[in-house]
Structure formats: structure tokens, C-alpha cells
Design a protein around this ligand. Sequence first.
Ligand SMILES: [Fe+2]
Length: 275
Amino acid sequence: MQMTCTREEAAALTREGLASIAFATSDLIPPILEGFKRFIQKPEEERRRWSFDYATEGDPDTGYLPRTGQEAPDGTYDDKITFHYRIEELLGRLLYNRVDLSREELEWFDYLHMLSERCIFNAYRLLKHLDDLGCHSDFWLRAHPDRGLHEHMIRLIAYRKPPTDNLGQIARMHRDRGSITFALYESHSGLEFTKLTGEKGGREDEFENPTNWYGVSSLPDQPKVFTGLKGEELLQIPASWHRVMKRDDQPQGILRLSVVFFFHIPGAEVTKPTH
Ligand SMILES: [Fe+2]
């Protein structure tokens, strides 16, 4: 995102999935993916020991998320392997669960930790930038070591057997629930955005019209940045509708890998339901 654009221009670029923020990721993504592929190779029984429930939410939200093969509440198909890394969170839970970590796995955590720190720092840099453009939210001032670092999360996704719904979507159109999302890496094309905003209800034709969607890809070291529903509430930037389409460059049986970072704006609660 250029420092010279206005707040409205920045908001439009962000909403349309066209904004990116420059920082180094390409040195960390390859070893993170290698570690993820090794994790995927583990037997399901062992993977389950890396799965942790947040009691209040009732679903595993740290580590490995067992797939159900069902449609998830956010409208996406749960036919993929998902792994959540939360800084200061996962390692302690694994130790408590008496999971022994190999040297390779500890190194994998080092890389995930470094990527988390870079993402968190640059998310605050982005908030500072938005403030400078006239947002005046002062959210960036809320950076404090005591404030829920574990709320930020790196999500690794391996789509294994893309379903064939009538629109060709691997991940159905949705808006993220959180504040700010960085699309850090996609192994294949297929990520799409739209200029459409607001609720879909009653506008299904509009949302299902392929001409309203366009492909977006992240260049190395320039993650795409966009807002979720909480970000819409806090930053007044409409949350971005997006989806992932099956593409011919992903042959059947080949994993489609993606790396996403979700930034939580601390100390700010949104009360309205997000779904
Ligand atoms: Fe998303």
C-alpha cells in the first residue's frame, strides 16, 4: 500500500483485495511448508494429539483441526487439513499434552514464530499507516506485550480433494470474521475477490455471477491485506468477500497449500454477531 494514497483509496484497495504490504516472508514460507507437509504425513491418531479445544468456543482452535468432511459454519467445505499456530500458545499446550517434539518440529516452530512476529509487527505498522491517513483509531497504540499475542494466528491449509460444487469453489465465498487478514502464500491460483460488499441475502445472482469476481495473487514478500467483519466494524473498511476456485493448474491429488495470517486488534470488542 502506497504511503501517498488517501484513506478512501486505501480502504477501496483493501476492500477489493488489491492492497499489499511489503515485508519479507519468502525466506520463511518454504521451511514452514516443509514442516507442514511432514505434519500432514503423520498418522491421524498422532495428529489428533496436536489438537486443542478452546472450551468456550467448543471447537479445536489451536494446532491441528481435524476435518469433518462437512460444510463448516462459515460456508466453506471442511475437506482440508488445517493447522493453526498461535504464538506463545501452542508449544505450552503440546508440552502439557506430553507431545515430544523432534528437532525438525522445533525448527518448524522457530520459523512459525518468526513469521508471526513479522506479521504482528507489520499489522501494527499498517494500523499506524491507516491512522496517519485519517483513521484516528489509535489501534496501533494498543501494542503491548501483555495483550493477547496468542490471539493472532497463522493458518496453514492443505486442500486435499477439492470438491466440485456447481460454482467450482474450493472455499466458498465468505468474509473473514477477524480484524485484518494477510494472504501470505498460495501454491496455486484460484483466490478471487469481488467489489461486492455487504450482505449477500437476496443478491445471490449477483454473488454467483462469475463476472463479478477476479483472481488475485500474492507476490513474494508482498502479502495481500484485507479486513474481516471485526475489521469492518473497527476500521470502517468494508470486509472483503473472497473465495478459492479450483483451477486446472492444480491436478487432482496434488495438495493446494496456503498460508494466512489473522491479526486481532487487542482491547476492542465487537458485540454484533459476525455470522
Ligand atoms: Fe477467508
